[in-house]
Design a protein around this ligand. Sequence first.
Ligand code: ZN
Ligand code: ZN
Length: 147
Amino acid sequence: MVSCGMQTAQLNPAWMVSKNFKVSEVACKHCGKNGMQPEFVRLLQRFRDYLGAPVVITSGYRCELHPVEVAKKGRVGRHRMGLAVDIHSPGMSLKELYEKIEKFGSFLGVGVSVEGGFIHCDKRESKARWKYKDSKDVYWDGDWQSL
Ligand SMILES: [Zn+2]
Ligand SMILES: [Zn+2]
């Protein structure tokens, strides 16, 4: 017997995955599948509480068929692992948001896209900072002046 009621319920985009985030905000923008890992949702909510301001997720979980993932030709990044978000905060400069992210200190992977107007935050084992240049990741020392 096949039971899919639970799965269907989990896909309801209006449901909250945490205090401030809906399923639709963290799920794949291409198909609505939510593969975000609960531990990362908890981390994201902790950051939201710390920031005390709205956090807009421009990209959350990405399935293997999401155009950005397809373009990676099999390279599995943290969005696909359900361990990353690209964010901005309305009314806050990207620099200010970056400073808050660094003070918060729990996102070890941080990438800044001034052009795209977002900051990528992820969970990983060791600290990494980068900027996006021509849609490629380029090492960055974390000094805002050198962006
Ligand atoms: Zn998808
Ligand atoms: Zn990202």
